[in-house]
Ligand binder design. Structure first.
Ligand SMILES: Nc1ncnc2c1ncn2[C@@H]1O[C@H](COP(=O)(O)OP(=O)(O)OP(=O)(O)O)[C@@H](O)[C@H]1O
Ligand SMILES: [Mg+2]
Length: 116
């Protein structure tokens, strides 16, 4: 199992959710975040110029999936979140040790994908 953490543009959230739904990805968590993706702003000060590390508002998706869902999930996010401009975001894939569905006490692969 993997945890896919995707940091995307706020205005792409709807499209990404649609694409994930079409890919049959169901369980996910959405969080409003602020982050820095390398883009800096040069600010004029009385001593000259300084570089400001800008924080921009983004949305982070946390998606727990079984291994065979990793590639389709990434493809869905790329297809829906990409504009080609800097700041489109980033996807991290982390190993997951255990997943437990609280209602049934099911664990691991049985727990990541919802029962239809
Ligand atoms: N190395 C990183 N670690 C953690 N979060 C990151 C990292 N890089 C980017 N992010 C997060 O992703 C958001 C979007 O980053 P961004 O799209 O600018 O990435 P990038 O790698 O600089 O790509 P681009 O070249 O398209 O700008 C950032 O605001 C930040 O929240
Ligand atoms: Mg960047």
């Amino acid at each position: 199992m993997k945890l896919i953490k995707a940091i995307i543009r706020k205005d792409k959230l709807g499209d990404v959710l649609k694409a994930l739904y079409r890919t049959e990805v169901r369980g996910l968590t959405v969080t409003d975040v602020r982050g820095h993706g390398g883009e800096t702003e040069v600010v004029e000060t009385y001593r000259g110029t300084t570089v400001k590390m800008e924080l921009t508002e983004k949305v982070m998706l946390d998606i727990g999936v079984s291994d065979h869902f990793v590639e389709p999930t990434i493809e869905a996010i790329l297809g829906a979140a990409r504009t080609g401009e800097v700041g489109d975001g980033k996807i991290f894939v982390l190993p997951v040790e255990q997943v437990v569905r609280i209602r049934t006490a099911e664990v691991d692969t049985a727990a990541v994908t919802p029962v239809a």
